[in-house]
Design a protein. Structure first.
Length: 415
């Protein structure tokens, strides 16, 4: 089996995901994908005739985000027509899965050059959503709902916090830390290697820096925010009149009351963004004189309870560590997506991690979570931090709807 190497990783800044407010919201999703695909080719003097495949993540594949965004974005970026592309959906985990599959193709010997990444424009998908129809992950399949009732993600987050006895103070502390770390990272230029500006069609700059962070966040300012998912808890979702909260209580009857602890400040931000990573075989990199930045050590996927939905990252991390023959103490950089504060807090507690190694440069509570792209962003962030700090191994994982979590471990190439 051959090795798979990361040659480069780049991403856009994340723009506020609201039409009329976000700096990227007026652009086509394919344009955002084309931005990072063009950058990854130009930065590495890549002949796109050599690209075997482009594996892209986009969770809401509808309208402008449909039609195989990965392939269309590559064509829009001026890639060779020989560079094929596909687009997949593992909900929030899509951007890790694209990298994992790209690595598997190379490690199997079937391909030599694969680009992985993702795009999500939440400004667009939220603008076309029907506010009268409660979104249901089961697609209205009542047979599936009877077997595995699935609720709204924020209601699940509050349910987990209630069952685990994790209070709002702990979650707000984590959110303030995320904002402070992101602010430090931006001040010190820790994201500069990965960031590529997004241009408007006329060539002017649309966005060249992070738009979402609120660096002045404090415990006092967060204390003034109202929790939001109590409203979702009581929304009827089907003809039986059951609510999002009652769907969870079917499987967890001990959950008599919800302690609602999540709000806009300790939940992931709604943003637009895209990211791309260039992966190659060792032989291709050597032939083209490319410098490998990291090696793919191991990948894994894990499913967990779809009703609570957000608890798979811990078993996914344990699984990928086992596959790699490593222990938690070997990991220098941990990236766990801050979909909600309770996900990261539970992850740290369950694995008994050193908090100084987890989300070192902030996370989605500060920077935002463009769903199909986030996993790819986090892998690039982990790589940049390994190079900055001189660490060796980074582990990236995240919860995904349906009760899943992909995971990956990368090793920095020491020069």
């Amino acid at each position: 089996m051959t090795e798979a190497y990361i040659i480069d990783a780049c991403r856009t800044p994340r723009g506020i995901g609201k039409v009329g407010k976000g700096a990227l919201a007026h652009l086509h999703p394919q344009h955002l994908g084309a931005t990072v695909l063009k950058a990854i080719a130009e930065r590495n003097n890549l002949n796109t005739d050599d690209v075997d495949d482009i594996i892209w993540g986009t969770s809401s594949q509808t309208g402008k985000q449909g039609c195989d965004l990965g392939r269309m974005a590559a064509l829009d970026a001026g890639y060779s027509i020989k560079a094929s592309g596909m687009t997949l959906d593992r909900f929030c985990g899509s951007g890790i899965t694209t990298v994992n599959l790209a690595a598997a193709q190379i490690m199997s010997g079937m391909e030599d050059v694969v680009i992985a990444g993702g795009t999500e424009m939440m400004s667009y998908t939220s603008s076309i959503a029907d506010p009268k129809v409660p979104p249901m992950l089961d697609g209205g399949n009542m047979s599936l709902r009877a077997k595995h009732p699935q609720s709204q993600q924020g209601v699940c987050a509050d349910a987990i916090a209630t069952l685990e006895g994790i209070d709002r103070t702990a979650l707000d502390e984590l959110a303030v830390t995320s904002q402070a770390r992101a602010a430090r990272a931006m001040e010190e230029g820790r994201f500069e290697r990965a960031l590529v500006p997004v241009h408007n069609p006329d060539g002017s700059i649309a966005l060249d820096q992070e738009e979402f962070p609120r660096p002045g966040s404090t415990m006092e300012s967060l204390a003034g925010l109202k929790t939001v998912f109590s409203m979702w808890r009581d929304i009827p979702v089907d003809e039986t009149g059951r609510t999002y909260g009652q769907l969870i209580q079917i499987k967890y009857p001990e959950l008599q009351e919800f302690n609602h602890v999540h709000h806009a400040g300790n939940s992931s931000g709604v943003v637009d963004g895209a990211a791309a990573l260039l992966l190659t075989s060792k032989s291709y990199a050597e032939k083209k004189g490319l410098t490998s930045r990291a090696r793919i050590v191991a990948t894994a996927n894990m499913g967990d309870c779809p009703t609570l939905m957000l608890n798979a990252p811990v078993p996914a991390a344990r699984k990928v560590l086992s596959k790699a023959g490593l222990s938690k103490d070997d990991i220098d950089v941990w990236e766990i997506n801050e979909a909600f504060a309770v996900v990261a807090e539970k992850f740290i507690r369950d694995l008994d991690l050193d908090r100084e190694k987890v989300n070192i440069n902030g996370g989605a509570m500060a920077l935002g979570h463009p769903i199909g792209a986030t996993g790819s962003i986090l892998i690039g962030t982990a790589l940049d931090e390994l190079e900055r700090s001189g660490g060796r191994y980074g582990l990236v994982t995240m919860c995904a709807a349906g009760g899943m979590a992909p995971a990956i471990i990368i090793e920095r190439i020491q020069t």
